[in-house]
Design a protein around this ligand. Structure first.
Ligand code: NAP
Length: 277
């Protein structure tokens, strides 16, 4: 039986076992996907359980994403510049099994918008990313592949936005959050990657009314499903896409690598996860 995992500390909140369990049952696969609490000090020893063949791989969440980056044996060249991995895959080598690290948030973010707002990047010039944390890196990298103009990374701590833009490729521009009103009129897309929106919190005085009427607003926070940012954007008649299906789509490449079947993000899966929010 093939065994996969999600590790974090704590890990009880993770919805990943529900997602992968749904696909294992759907495809009648003899496999398992377990949530395992791994303390930071135990991380190197835990990863050896992939090298020994006990696990085929797994997902990694807070606080281990940056640490596993330094502990894997090979890296995905397309996501290595993000500085963090959320997916580990055991791969045969000449001497045994090595660990391949990749970051599927970039794929998940793009796949969510492609499914939720088809054609969203056709003719897209400028975009605004709110936040410069771990998730913002994947989002900014994704947008640098799909925009023809600039992606502005606005963060409360401007230095963090500056480091992000320097680390990643593409036309990324750091800015302070208070420049939103000035940059909004030329932005076709706004993405929230900050933790604002969780527990109903909202941005203070974000001038969404300065955006073009054609702009798309999306939030990667998915609890609540409709964040105050999305509600405000919808009230202004702007298009919106919520962040739940980013979580579902980012799980696809890992499942395919571990279990050999490319699973689908279906309305039934979304409904199952939505019921847990
Ligand atoms: P993180 O690395 O801790 O970054 C947090 C970001 O939020 C930073 O930019 C931080 O700004 C900003 N922030 C926090 N409180 C703020 C405030 N009061 N005012 C202004 N900015 C504030 O977190 P992360 O890992 O990037 O995750 C961010 C969110 O994305 C989480 O809610 C996570 O659940 C969600 N997420 C969703 C998905 C998905 O699949 N949908 C995937 C990944 C993450 P400073 O730099 O100034 O502190």
């Amino acid at each position: 039986m093939k065994r996969a995992f999600v590790i974090g500390h704590p890990i009880k909140h993770s919805r990943s076992p529900l997602i992968h369990g749904h696909w294992l049952a759907e495809h009648v696969i003899d496999g398992s996907y377990e949530a395992i609490d791994v303390a930071p000090a135990d991380l190197p020893a835990f990863l050896d359980r992939i090298r020994s063949g006990e696990f085929v791989g797994g997902n990694v969440t807070v606080p281990h994403k940056e640490d596993v980056f330094r502990l894997v044996d090979f890296s995905d060249v397309d996501t290595v510049h993000l500085g963090a991995f959320n997916t580990l895959i055991g791969q045969p080598t000449q001497t045994g099994i090595g660990i391949y690290g990749t970051n599927t948030d970039l794929y998940g973010f793009l796949a969510n918008l492609d499914a939720g707002a088809p054609g969203w990047s056709d003719g897209l010039e400028n975009a605004i990313v709110l936040g410069a944390g771990g998730a913002a890196r994947a989002v900014a990298a994704a947008l640098s592949l799909r925009t023809t103009g600039n992606t502005y990374v606005l963060n409360r701590t401007i230095e963090r936005a500056e480091v992000l833009c320097a680390d990643l490729r593409g036309n990324l521009r750091p800015a302070a959050l208070d420049r939103f009103a000035e940059l909004a009129p030329s932005a076709g897309l706004v993405v929230n990657t900050t933790t604002i929106g969780m527990h109903g919190t909202r941005f203070d005085g974000l001038a969404l009314d300065r955006l073009p009427k054609s702009a798309l607003v999306t939030d990667i926070v998915y609890v609540p499903l409709e964040t105050p940012l999305l509600a405000d954007a919808r009230a202004l008649g702007l298009r919106t896409v919520d962040g739940l299906c980013m979580l579902l789509h980012q799980a696809v490449p890992g499942f395919e690598a571990w279990f050999g079947v490319r699973p689908e993000v279906t309305p039934a899966l979304r409904a199952k996860i939505e019921a847990t929010l």
